[in-house]
Design a protein around this ligand. Structure first.
Ligand code: UD1
Ligand code: MG
Length: 477
């Protein structure tokens, strides 16, 4: 955890109780995902990165699901959850967090759960502006040519923040103001609770407005307005804004990766979850998607259209186009996969393994240098080093009730189109003849032939042709 940037301890409240009506969704807005994380994860992460502890998330709509998603994504973070049963306004929401913040007497940052682009640097600026000026409150503002929908900042004759007026309560003259409230605050704890107790709901929406705090501070010592980049404070309210925020996040990620030595052949067509790690000198072709806990070692190449979920790749792995890894799966150094390989959970591929087109693995371990280059299914299999799996090989792991294991020793050679009926073991260095159905163990060094012996019927085709010719002649007469 990053240490607190200022001497005073910092706590944070993230407001995430709202429904998000404009998403037109059965799922609460803050649960919609960007880069593999729920929307609310981003402001929570920014607060944690700015050194806030605890971070109290105010939940209401689908509270249990929001809490579960955040706890799963941040298992060790100092998170607390506060319930706001009825959404009666932003001041009411912060008040719901009061119990969870008992004993906190420093600064309290307040963030919106739907602002995924906010950086911890910007949050720290707002926090520090307050502590430096010793004002009871600081808040972020932005200057917009089109301020519609936002609360406008009204300044006094000396230019100090006097109050924020919500659009619905604003006079025509106030609506022209382009300096708006970005919805990010930092307050002194004592001031915050005293002021919130006095906030009323006598306004156009009948809600308890957190923004009333600016006018309340002005009576003591004016709040400090900190201008921020509009992009950072922009909220997600509908699906278009969700998509736009996603693009910004991906652009930021792509640029950070390129600075760190990763080649992205087409940065605009690359999707990468938060938490994915990519080493230097990795080359990523267009249309790749990297998800979950994927880690890619140095000098790997990830082919066009590949999707990797929870995949851990050692150095120098080549993933050819349109390969799908659905992990957890590990891939050893210098392995070559694809095109069109499908690697499923529990696969462990050793150094230099080759998996070719239309090869599917599940819960399969392949030792160093083993190869399955075409059309195979390897499930529940323990395969040694230097094994060759011929085209069309299938491990029959399922008997309709249970899964069984296939074991293949080092250096074995499995001929094409072999059916290995598990449980079965093939010894080291053994050969399985092409087209065999193997139901019994094969000793090390043996050859297994599990197919009908070939019979040649001399002259059979010639006799057939003669019979057909004779039949056609008799039909004509
Ligand atoms: C708010 C500000 C406005 C500012 C804008 C910036 C107020 C009164 N207005 O308006 O000045 O320009 O943000 O985006 O604060 N929430 C709860 N419980 C509630 C109400 C809201 O948890 O009872 C949460 C929402 O889920 C959301 C956040 O608080 O994450 C902001 O609420 P929202 O209703 O979007 O406020 P705005 O009308 O956008
Ligand atoms: Mg809003």
């Amino acid at each position: 955890m990053a240490p607190s940037p200022n001497r005073h301890p910092l706590a944070a409240v993230v407001l995430a109780a709202g429904k998000g009506t404009r998403m037109k969704s059965a799922t609460a807005k803050v649960l919609h995902e960007l880069s593999g994380r729920p929307l609310a994860w981003f402001p929570v992460r920014a607060a944690l990165d700015a050194g806030a502890s605890p971070v109290v998330v105010v939940v209401g709509h689908q509270a249990e699901a929001v809490e579960a998603a955040l706890r799963a994504a941040l298992p060790r973070a100092p998170l607390r959850f506060a319930h706001q049963a009825e959404q009666r306004g932003t001041a009411h929401a912060v008040l719901a967090a009061r119990g969870a913040l008992r004993g906190v007497d420093g600064a309290i940052a307040i963030l919106s759960g739907d602002t995924p682009l906010l950086s911890s640097t910007t949050l720290k600026r707002v926090v520090q502006a307050r502590s430096r000026s010793r004002a009871p409150l600081s808040f972020a503002t932005m200057n917009l040519a089109e301020p519609r929908g936002y609360g406008r900042l009204v300044r006094d004759q000396d230019g100090r923040p006097a109050r924020i007026v919500e659009e619905k309560d604003a006079t025509p003259a106030e609506r022209v103001i382009g300096e708006v409230n970005a919805g990010l605050y930092c307050a002194d704890a004592e001031f915050l609770w005293k002021a919130l107790a006095k906030v009323g709901s006598d306004n156009a929406q009948g809600e308890f407005y957190l923004t009333d705090l600016v006018a309340m501070a002005a009576r003591r010592s004016p709040a400090v307005a900190v201008e921020v980049e509009p992009l950072e404070a922009s909220g997600v309210n509908d699906r278009e804004e969700l998509a736009r925020a996603g693009q910004v996040l991906q652009r930021r990620r792509a640029s950070a990766l390129m600075k760190a030595g990763v080649t992205l052949e087409d940065p605009a067509r690359f999707l990468c979850d938060e938490g994915v790690e990519i080493a230097a000198d990795v080359i990523i072709e267009p249309g790749v998607r990297l998800r979950g806990a994927t880690r890619i070692g140095p000098r790997c190449r990830i082919g066009q259209g590949s999707v990797l979920v929870d995949a851990v790749l050692a150095a120098g792995v080549t993933v050819r186009p349109y390969t799908v890894i659905d992990g957890p799966a590990t891939v050893g150094a210098q392995a070559v996969l694809g095109p069109f390989s499908r690697v499923r959970p529990g696969t462990e591929l050793g150094e230099g393994v080759h998996l070719g087109n239309f090869v599917e693995t599940k819960k399969a371990r392949l030792g160093k240098g083993s190869k399955a280059n075409h059309l195979a299914y390897l499930g529940d299999a323990v395969i040694g080093a230097g094994v060759n799996i011929g085209c069309g090989t299938i491990t029959c792991n399922y008997d309709g009730e249970k899964k069984h294991e296939t074991r293949i020793g080092d250096g074995a050679f499995i001929g094409s189109d072999s059916i290995l009926v598990a449980p079965v073991e093939i010894g080291a260095g053994a050969y399985v003849a092409a087209g065999s159905t193997v139901t019994d163990p094969v000793p090390a060094g043996a050859l297994a032939l599990g197919r009908a012996r070939q019979v040649n019927k001399e002259g059979w085709a010639v006799r057939l042709a003669a019979a057909r010719t004779a039949r056609r002649a008799s039909e004509r007469t």
